[in-house]
Design a protein around this ligand. Structure first.
Ligand SMILES: C[S@@+](CC[C@H](N)C(=O)[O-])C[C@H]1O[C@@H](n2cnc3c(N)ncnc32)[C@H](O)[C@@H]1O
Ligand SMILES: [Zn+2]
Length: 366
């Protein structure tokens, strides 16, 4: 079937109704992810004074590489599957674009060669690619993870194995997943004396996507590690607090209700995006993108989102407290009137961030 995205048209095989099948993979649901990547690449090109080299490490049909080439990046697509390699070559030709297509294990390629931007968009977890990707990327590392159950603690052992962190299944699970992924990427990069900091991240339906600015300075890696730490969470009253540092210092019990708390970490506790970068990316979304309105809405939410490392859901709190939910604007105004910072989040329509603790939220809003 033919797929048009941005200014390119690629051919992809009909996908089986269920499961991976044995045809070259294509997921139309990831168009938002790819449109945002195109906007991020425009921003990155402007930041660096022109497009550079871009590796689509797990390319499948090559759609990401083809879109990057259409934006004048020197694109390389890589895949282990020979059918994917043939298809990616055909898709470059079809668009009259130059692009290198490599039949290789992405890890081997990334250990041998360096690219300004490396994009890892694999099946499930990116964990097997993290180390080589941190070695290969010189400016920007783009990573998708679709294994949300391990990341958010629903598949606990798998999360611990893949990410070297303790994930917990909390009421803010998409953010737990994002911060477990970021922690693993930052620690993996630091092993190579590479500093990595997220400039744009989102958790959307069944995946997490992040873009990290990387630098080859060991002091930047040290700095990034200082933004790792632990979240202590009470599943009973939803109280939580966080603490930076690689040595956990768990709470004896919840200071709000006395129940045992759960520790999660090490998590990335620093900003998951840079608001100026998000605003600049938003400006580079164009109406030719199929998901332009959604992508702009997502950027608007992200830009205004507080950098608190966890969020709440008003509906969940209302249920917990046995009160009726109210409109989000009014809810946030009540918090602000009491002197707290408050914002919506991109994690869901009734989610919010604040510097108030759960008891203060209750007092301010009920
Ligand atoms: C989820 S698909 C990529 C989708 C594509 N990025 C897109 O946006 O449509 C993952 C691809 O990674 C490839 N792959 C899996 N393991 C690999 C490896 N070790 N090296 C390179 N490619 C690999 C698979 O063959 C598959 O084509
Ligand atoms: Zn509690």
């Amino acid at each position: 079937m033919d797929v048009r995205e941005g200014s390119v048209a690629v051919e992809v095989p009909e996908q089986p109704d269920e499961g991976a099948g044995d045809v070259v993979f294509f997921n139309p649901e990831q168009e938002l992810n790819r449109d945002l990547t195109a906007a991020v690449l425009r921003w990155a090109a402007d930041e660096r004074g022109g497009p550079g080299t871009y590796l689509d490490a797990t390319a499948a049909s090559g759609i990401r590489g083809v879109r990057a080439a259409a934006a004048d990046w020197t694109a390389t697509c890589c895949d282990v599957d020979p059918e994917a390699v043939d298809l990616a070559r055909a898709n470059f030709a079809r668009n009259d674009l130059a692009g290198e297509v490599v039949h290789r294990d992405a890890n081997a390629l990334m250990h041998e060669r360096r690219f300004d931007v490396v994009d890892v968009d694999p099946f499930g977890t990116p964990a097997p690619f993290d180390d080589a990707a941190a070695r290969s990327a010189t400016e920007l590392l783009c990573v998708t993870a679709t294994d949300t159950a391990p990341l958010c603690g629903a598949h606990f052992n798998s999360g611990v194995r893949k990410y070297g962190a303790v994930p917990r299944n909390t009421d803010f699970h998409p953010e737990m997943g994002l911060r477990v992924l970021l922690s693993a990427l930052v620690r993996t990069a630091a092993r190579r004396d590479v500093g990595a900091r997220p400039v744009f991240s989102h958790a959307t339906r069944h995946y997490v996507r992040t873009y990290l600015r990387v630098s080859g300075r060991a002091t930047d890696a040290d700095d990034a590690l200082r933004d790792l730490g632990y979240v202590y969470h009470c599943a009973s009253c939803l109280y939580r607090e966080h603490d930076r540092g690689l040595i956990a210092d768990p709470l004896e019990c919840c200071p709000n209700c006395g129940t045992d708390t759960q520790a999660a970490g090490p998590l990335w506790l620093g900003p998951a995006h840079d608001s100026d970068a998000v605003a600049a990316v938003r400006e580079r979304i164009d109406d030719g993108m199929g998901t332009a309105s959604r992508a702009r809405r997502l950027c608007d939410r992200l830009e205004a989102e507080l950098h608190e490392p966890t969020h709440y859901d008003q509906h969940r709190l209302s249920k917990e407290w046995g009160v009726s939910a109210i409109g989000m604007d009014e809810f946030l105004d009540r918090l602000r009137e009491q002197g707290f910072a408050a914002s919506r989040t991109h994690f869901g329509g009734t989610t919010f961030k604040t510097d108030a603790d759960v008891e203060a939220i209750r007092r301010a809003t009920t």
